[in-house]
Design a protein around this ligand. Structure first.
Ligand SMILES: NCc1[nH]cc(CCC(=O)O)c1CC(=O)O
Ligand SMILES: [Mg+2]
Length: 332
């Protein structure tokens, strides 16, 4: 690249010597505008539970969540992502997913009434609602049915849109669901509802703590999601997935997990140049937190470094369980 620039005319350390010149040449910066904060919401009132495998993360009922949302708004976090913990009403086909009086639509309506400027995103997938913990409905052999599942996801998307959600996040990896959801939204007049498609979602073992948090781990048992989530070995396939979701009407795309998949983010951003997000998932959070708690890693520095790395890789934003902590830190 710089074939004729040699030492000692060039000393790379000259620019690193002083704080002012380090700041002047800094290529990437993390701000509160880069953060999406995931929250776990419980049914009922006055309830708050710690998630053992995710130290510092809680499940909260709506009344408690309102305080969290208010703080997120004050800190300048642009958007929350809601994940429901469903305790009653699970079945084989996840029909609770589109109950207009269900937990998620209720929470969306309340949050949008109280804090209209705070972006609210919901997860479209059936795993919190199914007795088997899979993201879709099953045939007799246990295979997740694509088109039948998509029909339910469309209902779920319309139900959340009617409740006033800003962004739908289909995280299920069914083929064709973005197109189906988009055309249903257009038909029903929800032309402003954005879709952040989980386009390249890998069948990762880093989701373990999340499945504890939403209570799908026990239901899922030893089953896996290999027939619909992507093989961690693949990279070109992620570009194919992103291309299809954009063609079908996604406004933004998500790569998930995050830290072990920075190469995917870079390739997607370079190729498509569309709003691209990364999900620093529960296992990544748990891993870092465990080291912080043992005093093995510096909490503030490693948190910031891990998130800055996503910006360097090309992400426009990061969905992270550290969002509140990092926003507080950036505010100081
Ligand atoms: N639709 C399921 C869903 N939505 C978000 C996560 C994982 C998030 C995390 O690990 O933080 C998962 C888990 C899964 O696919 O089994
Ligand atoms: Mg796809």
């Amino acid at each position: 690249m710089f074939t004729n620039r040699y030492f000692p005319a060039t000393r790379m350390r000259r620019m690193r010597r002083d704080d002012f010149s380090r700041r002047l040449m800094r290529e990437n910066v993390l701000t509160c505008n880069d953060l999406i904060y995931p929250v776990f919401v419980l049914e009922g009132q006055g309830r708050e539970q710690a998630v053992t495998s995710m130290p510092g993360v809680v499940r909260q009922s709506l009344d408690k969540l309102l305080y969290t949302a208010e703080e997120a708004l004050q800190l300048g976090i642009p958007m929350l992502s809601l994940f429901p913990v469903i305790e009653t009403g699970k079945d084989n086909s996840g029909e609770e997913a589109f109950n207009p009086d269900g937990l998620v639509p209720t929470v969306v309506r309340e949050l949008k009434t109280r804090f209209p400027e705070l972006g609210i995103m919901t997860d479209l997938a059936l795993d919190p609602y199914t007795v088997h913990g899979q993201d879709g409905i099953l045939d007799d052999s246990g295979y997740v049915l694509n088109d039948e599942t998509t029909e339910i996801l469309v209902q779920q998307g319309l139900c959340h849109a009617a409740a006033g959600v800003d962004v739908l996040g289909p995280s299920d990896m069914m083929d064709g669901r973005i197109g189906a959801i988009r055309s249903a939204l257009e038909d029903e007049g929800f032309i402003h509802t954005k879709i952040l498609a989980y386009s390249a979602k890998y069948a990762s073992a880093f989701y373990g703590p999340f499945r504890d948090a939403v209570g799908s781990a026990a239901n899922l048992g030893k089953a896996d999601k290999y027939t619909y989530q992507m093989d961690p070995a693949n990279l070109d396939e992620a570009l194919y997935e992103v291309a299809m979701d954009l063609e079908e009407g996604a406004d933004m795309v998500m790569i998930k997990p995050g830290m072990p998949y920075l190469d995917v983010i870079r390739r997607v951003k370079d190729h498509f140049k569309v709003p691209t997000y990364a999900y620093q998932v529960s296992g990544e959070y748990a891993m870092l937190k465990a080291a912080f708690q043992n005093g093995w890693l510096d909490e503030e520095k490693c948190m910031l470094e891990s998130l800055l790395a996503f910006k360097r890789a090309g992400a426009d934003g990061i969905l992270t369980y550290f969002a509140m902590d990092v926003a507080r830190l950036l505010k100081r």
